[in-house]
Design a protein around this ligand. Structure first.
Ligand SMILES: NC(=O)c1ccc[n+]([C@@H]2O[C@H](COP(=O)([O-])OP(=O)(O)OC[C@H]3O[C@@H](n4cnc5c(N)ncnc54)[C@H](O)[C@@H]3O)[C@@H](O)[C@H]2O)c1
Length: 328
């Protein structure tokens, strides 16, 4: 099969492309390389353009047929979305609408969309399933929910098939050690710990030590990037049989506090990791843990990397190898 992968040069998108290629499929990457990397894409046609450039997008997609479009492109920093909400609405909402419009014009009818746990806001249940109220508390989450709502409408009215996958915290790296996370700046906890030259407390801040959690720090659910890739292909297989609009939450089902992640990193690194406490960040819910039973039951999703330590090990393997495989 042939896939269009907007955002395929980014962290999760590049793992998706590799996963598709390893499964014998072809992937065409569409990316403006604003946060993605050329070194992360191998053996793919590349459309270098922004989803915000309607004319270029229209030219590039005219007459092109894809079995499925897996849409990762967008901005994804909660903090930045609070400071630059316009840019987030433009990138995530306008960009997605431009893409969906061109896909419909060219009779491309299957899409998997990267949504986020951020659409739920502050949880009212221990684990978040698909029936949990959607009440985002930051602009990033609102942009994702807007696109989900639009997709649902287009599926009802124009015969598109779309699946929204709400990832919790993507983490880890490709098992080969040749591909992994490389955001600049890096805001994700695990690579942030591993990337530091020395393990001093200076540039590792733990935001908030007074949350209503056992150790006072935020609790998150870490899901391996290769397990996420598996779910996307399963979502297409599901939509080929069940037409329409679907949503699935993707996480490990286990929550780890920031301090627990730091401890697990210390174990993998075999050394102490110092940190400093800082004020809470606006827009950060205290606990986010997925209930992924629906994805497991209906998609047949079977995550392979369920322990925090194995996720961190894979990120560390990439960390050791990345100077060889990236241009950094
Ligand atoms: N990383 C996570 O933990 C996480 C969690 C939930 C949801 N998501 C969502 O998953 C998707 C991928 O996340 P990621 O961590 O790989 O991010 P990323 O920044 O590494 O990848 C995004 C990619 O999209 C490209 N891009 C951005 N704007 C574009 C535009 N206008 N036109 C074309 N390309 C554009 C970037 O260059 C980059 O390659 C995002 O939509 C994000 O919101 C990520």
């Amino acid at each position: 099969m042939i896939f269009l992968v907007p955002g395929g040069a980014g962290y999760i998108g590049s793992h998706m492309v590799k996963y598709l290629q390893e499964a014998g499929h072809e992937a065409v990457v569409l990316d403006d390389f604003s946060t993605g990397h050329e070194w992360a894409v191998k053996d793919s046609e590349i459309m270098r353009l922004s989803l915000l450039d309607q004319e270029a997008l229209s030219r590039a997609l005219k007459g092109r047929k894809f079995d499925c479009v897996i849409h990762f492109a967008g901005k994804s920093l909660v903090d930045e979305s609070i400071k630059r909400s316009n840019a987030y609405y433009r990138s995530n909402v306008v960009g997605s609408l431009n893409l969906i419009n061109e896909l419909m014009l060219n009779d491309n009818n299957n899409m998997v969309f990267s949504s986020s746990a951020a659409i739920f806001g502050n949880p009212i249940t221990d684990k978040i399933n698909e029936d949990h109220p959607r009440d985002p508390i930051n602009p990033y989450g609102r942009t994702k929910l807007t696109v989900e709502n639009f997709l649902e409408h287009i599926c009802d009215t124009h015969g598109l098939n779309a699946t929204c996958l709400r990832y919790f915290n993507a983490a880890g790296a490709h098992h080969s050690g040749t591909l992994g996370e490389a955001h600049e700046p890096e805001t994700h906890l695990i690579p942030k710990i591993l990337n530091r030259e020395n393990y001093s407390s200076e540039n590792l801040k733990v935001y908030g030590d007074d949350y209503d959690t056992p150790d006072g720090t935020c609790i998150r659910d870490y899901v391996h990037v290769e397990d996420l890739a598996q779910a996307h292909l399963k979502a297409l297989e599901f939509m080929q049989v069940n037409k329409g609009f679907y949503t699935f939450n993707l996480g490990n089902g286990n929550g780890f506090s920031v301090l627990e992640v730091i401890k697990a990193c210390e174990h993998v690194l075999g050394r102490r990791v110092d940190y400093q406490f800082a004020d809470r960040r606006e827009g950060d819910p205290p606990v986010l843990i997925a209930d992924s039973a629906k994805a497991i039951d209906q998609l047949g999703w079977s995550p392979q990397h369920t322990s925090l330590e194995s996720i961190i090990m894979s990120a560390y393997f990439w960390h050791l190898n990345k100077s060889e495989f990236s241009l950094q």
